[in-house]
Structure formats: C-alpha cells, structure tokens
Design a protein around this ligand. Structure first.
Ligand code: 5CA
Length: 155
C-alpha cells in the first residue's frame, strides 16, 4: 500500500471516522473524474486546494468540486496575501502529490477552512492520498477530523 494512502487511513482512524478509502477503476485526479467514479454530484467532491502566504505558510481550502477559491476572500481569512502553492511545495508540506491531496493526514499541520457548500450534502467524497483512491464521509465528520472551520471563500 502507498505510504500516502496508509497515512490517510491512519488519520481517519485516529479521528474516529469509520470511512474507508476505496480504489476506483479509473483515475480520480480531478474533481470531475472523482464525481464520475463515485457517481455523485460534482459539488460532492472535496477539492483540497493549497494556498501559500507571503510568510511562506500554507493554508488549505476544502472546496466543493464545482466551486473556485477566491484569492481575495481566502487572503482575508488567512490574514495575509495568498497565491496558489506550487506542486513541489504542496508535496513537501502535505506529503501528497497534486491529484491525490487528502483533506487530512498531512506531514505538517496547517490551517484548514471548508466551503459551506459541502455541508449541504449528507455525504461527500475526498482524495485519499493517491490519484485513484477516494473516501466517503459525512461533511460534518470530515470538517471535525480535518479541524476545518466553515467559511465563505469561493467566488
Ligand atoms: N483527487 C481529486 C478529487 S478529490 C483531486 O485531488 N482534486 S483537486 O481539485 O483537489 O486537485 C486537483 C487540483 O490541484 C486542481 O483543482 C488544481 O487546483 C490543483 N493543481 C493542479 N495542478 C497544480 C499545480 N501544478 N500546482 C498547484 N496546484 C495544482
């Protein structure tokens, strides 16, 4: 099993979530692919989007599949100007490669916000550390496990 997948499983277990990552028959690198594989609405997919501040700090925005992070709103939440984090930085800080970044189980803890749109569904799906594994969770449970604060940051 990949180390990334194992780390997500451990983080889910440690947070008291019964959710199990599922290996999909097709790739789930993008929200569209994940929605297709899970057979759910695009907005039921949790995108784990990393932004980086001028300070170098990283911030995680758990975003509904069909929404986009608004940089100005995200910066206001973080308290410093933010830009998109590059793939290498994402990998160093989270331990996950783009396309499989999970909402929890990161190498380095970081501030996390969650898009209220995700909270409208009974169940959402998130990446589990690989471009082929996703896991289902009640969004409230996921928010608690990821230590995420609900806030409006999309535009
Ligand atoms: N496994 C899927 C569904 S959960 C997934 O990880 N989707 S995602 O949206 O969270 O991850 C893909 C996202 O990574 C893209 O939406 C994009 O925001 C970001 N991304 C893609 N390429 C890069 C890159 N080169 N640098 C930084 N971010 C990137």
């Amino acid at each position: 099993m990949s180390k990334s997948l194992a780390r997500v499983k451990t983080a889910l277990h440690d947070a008291g979530l019964a959710a199990q990552p599922v290996e999909m028959a097709a790739e789930t690198r993008t929200a569209e692919q994940a929605a297709e594989a899970a057979g759910c609405a695009l907005d039921q997919i949790v995108k784990s989007i990393l932004f980086q501040g001028e300070s170098g700090r990283l911030y995680l925005f758990l975003t509904a599949g069909g929404n986009r992070v608004d940089a100005a709103r995200a910066s206001a939440l973080a308290g410093e100007p933010l830009g998109r984090a590059d793939g290498q930085t994402v990998r160093e800080v989270t331990g996950f490669a783009i396309g499989g970044v999970a909402p929890l189980g990161h190498l380095t803890p970081l501030p996390v916000w969650i898009d209220p749109r995700l909270l409208e569904f009974p169940l959402v799906w998130a990446a589990a550390g690989t471009p082929r594994h996703i896991f289902p969770a009640a969004p409230d449970d996921l928010a608690r496990a990821a230590k995420a604060t609900a806030a409006a940051f999309t535009g």
